[in-house]
Design a protein around this ligand. Sequence first.
Ligand code: PLP
Length: 426
Amino acid sequence: MSPEKSTGADGKRFETLSVTYGEEPDLSNGVGDVTSPIHLASTYAVEGIDMDTALEDLDPDADEFLYTRLSNPTRHALETRVAALEGGDHAMAFASGTSAVVSAIMAAVEPGDHVVAFEDLYGGTNTMLKELFREKLNVAVDFVDATDPEEVRAAATDDTAMLWMETPTNPLLRLCDIEEMAAIADEYDALLGVDNTFMGPYFQRPLELGADVVIHSTTKYINGHSDSLGGVAVLSDEEYAGEIGFLQQVGMGNVMAPFDAYMVLRGLKTLPLRMRQHEKNAAEVAAYLDSHEQVSAVHYPGLQSHPQHELANDQMDGHGGVLSFELDGGLEAVEHFVAALEEFTLAVSLGGVESLIEHPASMTHSPLPAEERAELGITDGLLRVSVGVEHPKDLVADLERGFEAMAAADESVAETEAPEASPGDD
Ligand SMILES: *Cc1c(COP(=O)(O)O)cnc(C)c1O
């Protein structure tokens, strides 16, 4: 698949926007940095006393800044670029993906409202919806299997103010149909929020499919180098954007630091290149795992065998770099497999240039009770990988090491058990 992106801001294409949009060399101070400087100042000198200009009238596009929590030139450059890439009019950058999620939801709901969420959400978001929104803010939350739009429709009520979705989900790569979700949200006068962290704007743009707000953990693909924590919310509705901006700047004061904004701007320049390689490598790894007899299931939207492969092709321009798979032999097999790997680092998180592997049952999804994990299909034999941009043959060779270690462990078990099984035998 080689997506020819529709033209975006200024009639430019995705690859061009990724590199330069929002970073215009400014020659007025005689320097003309080609990349956006890291503006560390917390406060900005103003021309003089002015009774006529309100805070909200300050225009960062015209270099009008007052105080960094409200707006900062480096953060503004990043917000401008991400808005263009996601096809939204407004973007706000936060200190983490989590703060982007909480702000997007909090700006949409009030006590007494109802939220319908995908049951298969990022662990932190799942806990946030239960412990913060449900327990503290009196917002009712229903978790449903959104792979079936009818389950979402059945859960929605007149009090439903928001649908909160991820697609594909973590760690089982289940999809929901974004256009269908947008239609249901419209039926109930609710807002649709989509966490687009797993695909990124290069492969999926939910706003074009009817979502009201998109969030990212920029910690993952958007920054892409596992060295910055951040988040962003992107949307077009002026009023909703105002509410989220209020939370970002005043209600919670939860902003991305200038240094991180610089890092993410830099990471974004190679987003299309990285995403293409992530996908190419993930497809090779998925095909290898799919053909391995000790793997009982591979979850990757790019495989024909994925139950929603067609939906994936309809609403995404690619299949991404994350997949999960199930090893025959459960926990013990997983331990031997993971211990033998050299390229795949055992670590949570995803979306960086380096390949990572993690064990959801004991790592990302360990806060979920065992029964809930079982219901979701997160077994002890499940592993999730974030396929990096290394050479795919080296990655496959690494997985081969894992399978060899499993086989060696099986053999040593067979040897120690053999004498008991047939005493007297030599
Ligand atoms: C990582 C992640 C988050 C949370 O982002 P942080 O930057 O860690 O706060 C939210 N959603 C998804 C899908 C994620 O992968």
